[in-house]
Design a protein around this ligand. Structure first.
Ligand code: HEM
Length: 161
């Protein structure tokens, strides 16, 4: 049975569900690319969302290529429309974000980025998530590899449930 949404999750309710679509990426240090993405936001009645994202390289014809970034974490609403988010990456990086949610739009900035000894150098991140009509749009800027904060990936996804 679908658990009832915890009232604290109301501002984040627009995210709940499964999303699929495509995006573009790049950075001064790498080749630009296109990718496919599947995002899932679920809840179990408690006041947090469980989140996972999987991505794949898209070739010229839009065919699925090798898997790219995967990340998983928790979105925890706070009073006064604030939100804190923990994200763990397969690449040895853990991000803690703080941000705000208003009018079906979330803006997040890293409070800290932790890295294992073998992880690439990532210093900070900024994320925007928002509804574009019925689609979910999101964009990620990062400060990494000694470069200042700038765009790495963005995507537009359709609701699949
Ligand atoms: C939708 C999410 C993402 C996708 C599809 C993606 C994809 C890519 C791709 C294709 C590359 C080029 C190297 C390769 O082929 O593996 C790359 C490089 C990189 N990405 Fe991402 N990425 C995503 C999110 C992130 C996030 C969240 C971070 C940081 C926490 C990150 C940090 C980096 C870094 C540091 C590099 C290396 C740049 C370099 O070697 O110069 N990426 N990413």
């Amino acid at each position: 049975m679908e658990p009832e949404l915890h009232p604290d999750l109301k501002p984040l309710e627009f995210l709940v569900g499964e999303w699929e679509g495509a995006g573009v990426g790049g950075y001064p240090t790498i080749e630009s690319f296109r990718f496919g993405q599947h995002i899932s936001f679920t809840h179990d009645g408690r006041p947090f969302l469980s989140y996972t994202s999987r991505t794949w390289l898209l070739d010229e014809e839009g065919g699925l290529g090798r898997p790219l970034a995967v990340e998983t974490g928790y979105w925890r609403p706070l009073p006064d429309h604030e939100v804190e988010v923990t994200l763990t990456h397969s690449t040895g990086i853990v991000e803690i974000y703080l941000g705000n949610v208003a009018f079906n739009r979330v803006e997040l900035r890293t409070d800290m980025v932790a890295r294992t000894a073998t992880a690439k150098e990532v210093a900070a991140g900024h994320r925007l998530y928002g509804l574009i009509g019925e689609d979910l749009g999101w964009a990620y800027d990062m400060a990494a590899m000694g470069k200042p904060l700038q765009s790495h990936v963005s995507a537009q996804l359709k609701r699949v449930t």
